[in-house]
Design a protein around this ligand. Structure first.
Ligand code: NAP
Length: 318
């Protein structure tokens, strides 16, 4: 790992990461890898996380109060759960430097604008963002430098956003390894409702349904999980606070997508009831083509079992 604050000609002199969990720590690793930042400081509420962030070299200073972290920063990124954004924005607003870029990584964007923008002073550039990259792990130990490589980062600038500030933030994310796309916060929330939020809800639901079954035992569910269930449990292991905040803050788009999902599920239910094999096969064939598209776009591996066998073979040979 590069030593903290070793870069003499950084893109940003002082970067403040508010929250230093999976995403905050991954930004620290990736920014250091690319030599983008001078000093990195962070804030987190718990002393355990602050001590861990310092021990891992993720930041040179770790503050309990986000207002202390942002003083003198030219880049501030909110890396906490979306439900904490309003309180954080109100706390940091009066302490931000003129010309600073403030961004976030929250999984919901209209709510980020609603909660953060009103506290941003004149001359500060607030540009919301969302890296479409993650794992089910959380905390400062979970981060790694390659998390954003070849993944998309969506930025949702307001129409009057300063073009130079936007170009700088776009370049920052590209140098972290991401591809960058711009869209409105509302469009982002609709797209992510179907690609991320509803799938997580389905995973949480199916895992709980299995837990409540009476005629299939818990040990059978665990023993035979490789039949498909196991992959839902990985998604359902994601951080409960983060996902609570996602659903509370993207209510309309999630309910809209869930309505469509339920209609399609009823159609499949009818096809099974009435033995409509043609309908089932057509639906599954269409779904398979989408999987192929994801692999061709480099967004997942084509290896059988998501590469688990290859990973196991690597582990056993080391
Ligand atoms: P995480 O690993 O649980 O880390 C969250 C961080 O926020 C911790 O450092 C936590 O530390 C801090 N925090 C929590 N509540 C806070 C508060 N009220 N004020 C200040 N700091 C607070 O979560 P993560 O996965 O990095 O997620 C962070 C953000 O990234 C979320 O907004 C999430 O929507 C977004 N995101 C997540 C993923 C993913 O796959 N996980 C992907 C893309 C975007 P303390 O509790 O010590 O304060």
């Amino acid at each position: 790992m590069a030593s903290p604050d070793s870069n003499s000609n950084p893109m940003f002199k002082r970067t403040a990461l508010i929250g230093i969990g999976l995403i905050g720590s991954s930004i620290s690793h990736a920014a250091r890898r690319a030599g983008l930042v001078g000093e990195i400081v962070c804030s987190s509420q718990t002393s355990e996380e602050r001590e861990r962030a310092l021990a891992l070299g993720l930041a040179s200073k770790a503050y309990a109060n986000p207002a202390d972290a942002v003083k003198g920063a030219d880049l501030v990124i909110l890396c906490a759960p979306v439900g904490a954004f309003k309180e954080i924005a109100e706390a940091i607003g009066p302490h931000l430097d003129k010309g600073a870029i403030v961004s976030d990584v929250g999984s919901v964007k209209a709510a980020a604008v609603r909660d953060v923008a009103p506290s941003m002073p004149e001359g500060v550039h607030f540009i919301p963002g969302h890296p479409i990259a993650g794992t089910e792990q959380s905390g400062p130990d979970a981060g790694f430098a390659t998390l954003f490589d070849n993944r998309w980062c969506i930025l949702t600038p307001a129409p009057d956003t300063n073009p130079a500030a936007l170009a700088k933030l776009e370049e920052f994310w590209r140098k972290l390894g991401s591809n960058v796309e711009l869209m409105t916060p509302e469009h982002h929330d609709m797209v992510l409702a179907i690609t991320s939020h509803v799938p997580h809800l389905i995973a949480y639901n199916i895992v709980n349904t299995a837990a409540h079954l009476e005629r299939v035992t818990d040990s059978e569910v665990i023993k035979f999980s490789a039949a498909g269930f196991r992959d839902f449990t990985r998604i359902a292991a994601s951080d409960p606070v983060m996902w609570r905040d996602v659903f509370l803050n993207n209510k309309d788009a999630v309910l809209e997508m869930l309505g469509r999902f339920s209609e399609d599920l009823v159609a499949l239910q009818r096809a099974i009831r009435f033995g409509d094999g043609e309908m089932l096969e057509q639906t599954f064939t269409k779904a398979r083509a989408i999987r192929r598209g994801i692999i061709q776009a480099g967004q997942d591996t084509a290896q059988p079992d998501f590469g688990r066998n290859a990973a196991r073979a690597r582990e056993s040979s080391t």
